[in-house]
Design a protein around this ligand. Sequence first.
Ligand code: UDP
Length: 252
Amino acid sequence: MPEEAQSSSPYQRVLLKLSGESFCRSNGSGISMSEIESICTQIKGVVEKGIQLAIVCGGGNILRGGEFSQTNSIVAESTAHYMGMLATVINGLALQDALESFEVPTRLQSAIPMQNVAEPFIRRRCVRHLEKGRVVILAAGTGSPFVTTDTAAALRARELDADVVLKATRVDGVFSDDPEKNPHAVRYSDISYTEVLQQDLKVMDAQAIHHCKEHNIPIIVFNYGREGNIQRVISGERIGTRVLRSEDIQKD
Ligand code: UDP
């Protein structure tokens, strides 16, 4: 860590999950470089504080395998999922160049070998990059079909020994109901993994929640669209919703 980069963050190594929606305009699709650039500004601030940052990219702005195979039955479901994984590589490439234009050092690692565009995901190499202050962008999910990049984020967090999973969304956290449809929906400040699973709250998919629960990796769901929120959440400010073990909620 550079000498001037002393962090007051409670976290040393962070896994940030950026869904495909963060790569495009609200309710849009495809790639918007201006959306990506606004995220890069926030990421730069985090990296300058010496936080180790790995980013798992989603691909839903381009293609989601499950949806695609339902409307295009000629394409096998597994093929559609591979297409979805490739979409995350497209996002990863855009994010890499955008971050480097902000002079943030990066590496792109792909779970599907693609040597002309990305390094393969190798855990030890990934950790080394993080230790050297490079942002590692993790693309192609887990490399296997039928799961989502949420699951990839939870698995990578575990493999990389990340202190926290940050789930960046367009809403302010986890709500009792859809806040866009129900004005009485309340935001949870803390909620347990079990409650998320029992109430089927749309935080991350169930497999991802199970992984985080089993290994006690906190998840923080927050709105990345408010300027400075990525830095705020990493500095330990209480924004969004924390998903924790129930005993940790009581202790607090
Ligand atoms: N995907 C997959 N295996 C993985 C990760 C992703 O098959 O390990 C596919 C899946 O079809 C998914 C698509 O890639 O729908 C894009 O990822 P995701 O839907 O998680 O993107 P997000 O919702 O975060 O934008």
